[in-house]
Design a protein around this ligand. Structure first.
Ligand SMILES: [Zn+2]
Length: 235
């Protein structure tokens, strides 16, 4: 194993560890995200509020209709029971009975509308509750999958870290800090493979002939003139 290939192997394992961390962190985020359930709960809560309002509106109209009917009946009783005397007073009472009968009719029309709205509100609540149950099921299934994958990633990580310890032993001690510093500076990738024998595999810049030759040796650390990464030539 050459000096640079040892670094390349370490880079490969570190990239896999980085990917493992990144995926785990993404899954943790998904597990913490309650927005889907929050939305479904919110819809149920709004449908419940609307249903309570529709019921109360209907009750109010029914009570109004009853009062209007009662008022007309009472007046009629007085009128025909002879408690109201005088033509003018009797005519006025008759008029009032008509007015209340008319109002009661209007209330009845509004009651029919309110009953239809109540039916809608009941149907909306039912559908919101079904949607919530469906969402709960989907979220639970999704989370079970995420937890399973997280457990698998943990197992893989342990194996990767143990492999990293072995790979690190193959690297020349003075190269370790150079490698680590480059990893920090270059988004985790310190070593770039040379492609087609002449190109930096990371930034895709063509290397000067002298560098191409030097890289093939694998005994010195040659860096890309463009991105600064350590170049590795695979045979
Ligand atoms: Zn480069």
């Amino acid at each position: 194993m050459s000096r640079v290939s040892a670094l390349y192997d370490l880079q490969q394992i570190d990239s896999r560890i980085d990917a493992n961390f990144s995926r785990s962190s993404y899954l943790d985020q998904l597990l913490a995200d309650t927005s889907q359930l929050d939305t479904a709960h919110q819809a149920v809560s709004e449908a419940e509020t609307a249903l309570v309002a529709a019921r109360s509106r209907l009750k109010e109209l029914e009570s109004t209709a009853q009062n209007q009917q009662q008022h007309a009946n009472d007046l009629e009783k007085k009128l025909y029971g002879g408690q109201i005397k005088g033509n003018k007073e009797m005519a006025a009472a008759q008029q009032e009975i008509e007015t209340f009968r008319q109002r009661k009719k209007e209330t009845d029309d509004r009651t029919v509308e309110a009953m239809l709205l109540l039916e809608d509100a009941e149907a909306n609540l039912k559908s919101a509750k079904e949607k919530l149950a469906q969402t709960e099921k989907e979220v639970a299934e999704g989370q079970a999958g995420h937890r399973q994958e997280l457990a698998q990633l943990q197992t893989e990580l342990a194996a990767l870290q143990s492999q990293r310890t072995k790979d690190l032993r193959m690297v020349m001690p003075p190269d370790v800090p150079v490698y680590e510093k480059l990893r920090q500076q270059k988004q985790g990738v310190a070593v770039a493979e040379v492609m087609y024998g002449k190109m930096c595999g990371k930034c895709r810049v063509e290397l000067p002939m002298a560098k191409q030759r030097e890289v093939k040796g694998g005994t010195t650390l040659v860096t890309c003139p463009n991105c600064g990464r350590i170049l590795y030539h695979k045979f």
